[in-house]
Each structure stands twice: as structure tokens, then as C-alpha cells.
Write a protein of this length. Structure first.
Length: 257
């Protein structure tokens, strides 16, 4: 019976962590390039449940298996969904969207980082940067846009100003889906050497004047939140029932008449 209390309590803890992940997703439903988090729920190892029986002249005890008994659930980590979000048209010349499995490379304070958020702007030096001021990298380093020029970003990532090519965006992908790790602010990091550069033959297209939005579905997340709350309430009722049963066993069944 105490095992049941532990199992129900672990379900409540796992449910609370799942609700936190869903709330984070809902808070970023309108964030460009955001990839929704997924709570990875596991189960503690099942144990064999047995029945003890007496048999034989000497009443030797023997056990008979009656099934397996679980001992609860837990959240073993958080992953994220890499699927592509909807692409919307903004008309802004420095808004870029990647159609396909690719990432922009930016220069973060800790080193290279990767993002799907193509909402870019220019800093005081004419460098193409993210909204947080991190330079966007091209094949020749930081991309500098001469002032007053008309910017054109072609489908293969080449950046032209007044018809003259100034650089090509560095676009990368990752063959191992578990290599990427979120660091916040729409950025991802990966171990050195994990990124593979993309070329024209890889079929990845850069679209100027578009943004990839979050891949979070508000309706799906709300349904999961409601289902999670129902599971949480069920665990609460199980704990209440077991508590009442223990109370009855201790105070009534064991009472000496």
C-alpha cells in the first residue's frame, strides 16, 4: 500500500514537470524559429509480484508469480521537436527563412551557435546580426552590408548588394539529431565538428522576406495540458484513497474491542 503512495506521488511530480514544459511551449507559440520542448517520461523498473503459498508436510513456503508491479514514473529529461514550423511572409528584406533541414550560423559569446530564427537586422557597422546583436556568419566570416544598398538574398544563400555578391550565408545541418542542445534565445549548440555545411545540391532553400514561426500548436498543447491535469488529479485521488484505507486499518481494524 505504501508502494502505491510512492507510485502516485511520482506520477504527480512527473505531471508537474510536464505542465512546466507545456507552459514554456505556449509562452513561445509566436516566437520565430522556436522548436517545442518535449518531456521525456520514463517508468521505474517493474518488479515481479509473487504470492506466498504453503505446501508439503513440513509446510515449506513457496512463491507463485502473479504478475509485474510498477513503481511509478519520472521525467528523465527534455528533448525538442525539430520539425519545421509554418513559414509566413513579412516582406522585410532582412527576414530570412530556411525551407528544409538547415540552420543559420551566428557568432555567440561562447562560440558558434545555430538558429532557425531568421529575423535579422544591421548593427552600426553594417553587419548582419540577430535581434540580440549576435553577428550572422557567412562563408567569409561576418556579413557586412554596405549602407544604402539594395539587399538581395538568393535561394542558395548568396547575399547580393545592388547586384554584387558580397558573401554567402553559412548554412549547416546535423546528421545526428541528438547532437543539438538548446541554450535559450532560440539558439542551439553542438559538439565541435558536428555541423555539416550545406550546398546547393542539398535542396535547402533560403526565402527572403519570410520567417519561420514556432512549430508549437496551441490547440495540441492545451489538449495535452488538460490531459495532464486529469492524470494529476487521478494520482491525487489515489493518494487520498490509500490514506483513508491506512487510516481505517490502523484506527479501526487494529482496535481491540
Amino acid at each position: 500500500m505504501v508502494r502505491g503512495l510512492y507510485a502516485a506521488a511520482s506520477g504527480m511530480v512527473a505531471g508537474m514537470l510536464q505542465q512546466d514544459v507545456i507552459a514554456q511551449n505556449l509562452a513561445n507559440v509566436d516566437t520565430p524559429g522556436y522548436k517545442k520542448d518535449v518531456a521525456l517520461v520514463g517508468a521505474f523498473a517493474d518488479e515481479m509480484a509473487v504470492r506466498v503459498e504453503d505446501q508439503g508436510a513440513w509446510r515449506l513456503a513457496r512463491t507463485v508469480p502473479i504478475g509485474r508491479l510498477g513503481s511509478g514514473a519520472y521525467v528523465r529529461g527534455t528533448g525538442f521537436d525539430r520539425s519545421e514550423g509554418p513559414i509566413i511572409e513579412t516582406g522585410a528584406p532582412l527576414d530570412l527563412a530556411i525551407q528544409g533541414d538547415g540552420y543559420f550560423v551566428v557568432e555567440a559569446p561562447e562560440g558558434e551557435a545555430y538558429t532557425r530564427n531568421g529575423s535579422f537586422t544591421l548593427n552600426a557597422r553594417g553587419e548582419l546580426v540577430t535581434m540580440d546583436g549576435m553577428p550572422v556568419l557567412g562563408e567569409s566570416g561576418r556579413i557586412v552590408i554596405p549602407s544604402g544598398g539594395e539587399v538581395e538574398v538568393r535561394g542558395d544563400g548568396r547575399v547580393a548588394v545592388d547586384g554584387q555578391i558580397v558573401d554567402r550565408l553559412r548554412l549547416v545541418t546535423f546528421d545526428g539529431r541528438s547532437l543539438l542542445r538548446k541554450t535559450g534565445g532560440g539558439l542551439f549548440v553542438a559538439p565541435p565538428g558536428a555541423a555539416r555545411s550545406l550546398g546547393a545540391a542539398d535542396g535547402v532553400l533560403v526565402r527572403q522576406g519570410f520567417l519561420e514561426m514556432s512549430n508549437v500548436s496551441a490547440v495540441t498543447e492545451m489538449v495535452q495540458m488538460i490531459a495532464g491535469m486529469r492524470a494529476y488529479e487521478t494520482c491525487q485521488r489515489v493518494i487520498w484513497f490509500l490514506d483513508q484505507t491506512l487510516d481505517k486499518s490502523i484506527n479501526d481494524v487494529g482496535r481491540v474491542a
